[in-house]
Each structure stands twice: as structure tokens, then as C-alpha cells.
Design a protein around this ligand. Structure first.
Ligand SMILES: Nc1ncnc2c1ncn2[C@@H]1O[C@H](COP(=O)(O)OP(=O)(O)OP(=O)(O)O)[C@@H](O)[C@H]1O
Length: 227
């Protein structure tokens, strides 16, 4: 997205936001609470139309059906799935695609087997996240957007998710992730955009952004405390 501006409830939220996520790379969009990361993701799916700037997804304008069909999205909360069991959910999602990712492979990769028949709302937060991640990947997307994918996951689950994300990028998928876990960004990201108050304040590789200390120190230097 380039120079995107969005106001919500009469308040500027995105103020000239520009970043890009390339195929075969993991891109992390970092920023304090309220910086506008989720709003930026909503622009990608066409849910929010910016008042200025351009948003392109896989060569199409945001919200274009051809882009949406090739985009995997893991939002922060998917309460709408509440009564459904993961096995049914993943099978249903797989049935929407001509060449879905085999559900069994996702179940193995994310260790979902012990709670496949538990209604979604009864799952723990980390288990729900693992199901959400599987749901985002089942359509073999060419680009994936993961909004805080490992929030609530234990260290085992986190490592599994990291492994899967890395595999996706190595297979050529463009991965965008947001996270508040600096170790996660440092471990996974090829490129990092740090944003504050709706605009990018610094960007680079993890090595570049951690050159003067750590990624977290750079984050603290280039962002203000959420008020
Ligand atoms: N529908 C809305 N109406 C008014 N303000 C909104 C609306 N949605 C979001 N905002 C505001 O926009 C700002 C950015 O929110 P957003 O959810 O994009 O932040 P974020 O970077 O994803 O934060 P977090 O790290 O906490 O998830 C916040 O100040 C939020 O209160």
C-alpha cells in the first residue's frame, strides 16, 4: 500500500502509510497498540476504503474477487465460528477451493488432532489461534495476512506456527504478519516495517534494525507509548 490515509470516527488512523510484502518473504508490520495495523489489514481486504492512497493485492485493487480468492487471512478474532468443530470448519473451508491444502497435513503441522471435534468456542485461546491459522492456509493462498498469529500460543505451538510460516515463505508465498512479540519478528521476518500513529517510522531487515542493539530497542526508539 502506498500513502494510504484512513479516518475512523472522525479521527485520522492511517496517515500516509506505505509498505509492501513480497513473494517468498515474511514481512512484519510492527507498531504499538492503536498504531493502525489492523486497520491496514482491513484495507487489504477492501473492508475499509482509504480516502487517499493506493492498495494493491496480488496485482489487483484491494477487495477485487481475484485477489481475495488468492489471499489467506487470519484475523485477530473469529468469534463467528463459535459452535462449529474444527474438523467441520476446515473441511468446509477446503470444499470452497479447487485445490485445497490437505486438511490432514495442516492438522499434523499444527497438532490439531486432539481437539478436532471440540466446538470452537470451547477451545483455549491458543487452540483457537491454531485453528484460525489452519483456516487461513487451507486455500493454498499466494499471500497470507496473519494478525498476531501466535497470541496466546504456548512455546510448542508457537514453534510449530513459526515452522509453518517459514515453509510458506520458502514455497514462495508472500507472508505479512503483525505481532507484539519482538522475538517472533526477529526470528521470522525478512523485512520489518515499524509504524507509529498510522505511518511507517523505520523499515529494514532484522539485521539492519537490530544493528544498534535489538529490534525491541529500535521499536522503542521509533514509536511512542500508546496513550
Ligand atoms: N471503527 C472505528 N471507529 C473509530 N476508531 C476506530 C475504529 N476502528 C479502529 N479505530 C481506532 O483506530 C486506531 C487503530 O486501531 P487498530 O486496531 O488498527 O490498531 P492496531 O495497531 O491493530 O492495534 P493493536 O496492536 O492493539 O491490535 C485505534 O486508535 C482505534 O481505536
Amino acid at each position: 500500500m502506498t500513502d494510504v490515509r484512513v479516518a475512523l470516527g472522525g479521527r485520522p488512523v492511517l496517515q500516509g502509510l506505505s509498505w509492501h510484502a513480497d513473494a517468498g518473504r515474511v514481512t512484519a508490520l510492527l507498531g504499538p497498540n492503536g498504531a493502525g495495523k489492523t486497520t491496514a489489514i482491513r484495507c487489504l481486504t477492501g473492508l475499509i476504503a482509504p480516502s487517499q492512497g493506493t492498495v494493491a493485492v496480488l496485482g489487483h485493487p484491494a477487495g477485487h474477487p481475484d485477489a481475495l480468492a488468492r489471499l489467506g487471512l487470519m484475523p485477530q478474532a473469529t468469534g463467528a465460528w463459535s459452535g462449529v468443530k474444527p474438523r467441520e470448519l476446515l473441511r468446509h473451508l477446503a470444499s470452497l477451493y479447487t485445490h485445497p491444502h490437505p486438511v490432514d497435513a495442516l492438522v499434523d503441522a499444527l497438532a490439531l488432532s486432539s481437539f478436532l471435534d471440540t466446538p470452537y468456542r470451547r477451545l483455549s485461546g491458543g487452540q483457537q489461534q491454531a485453528v484460525n491459522l489452519a483456516g487461513a492456509l487451507v486455500g493454498r493462498p499466494e499471500a497470507v495476512v496473519l494478525d498476531e498469529p501466535t497470541a496466546g500460543m504456548d512455546p510448542h505451538a508457537r514453534r510449530r506456527a513459526w515452522g509453518l510460516v517459514r515453509q510458506l515463505a520458502d514455497a514462495g508465498v508472500a507472508v505479512l504478519l503483525t505481532t507484539h512479540a519482538m522475538d517472533e519478528a526477529a526470528q521470522l521476518a525478512d523485512t520489518v516495517f515499524i509504524m507509529d500513529a498510522g505511518a511507517v517510522t523505520v523499515a529494514g531487515t532484522v539485521a539492519e534494525l537490530a544493528a544498534d542493539g535489538s529490534l525491541e530497542e529500535t521499536f522503542l526508539r521509533h514509536t511512542r507509548e500508546a496513550s
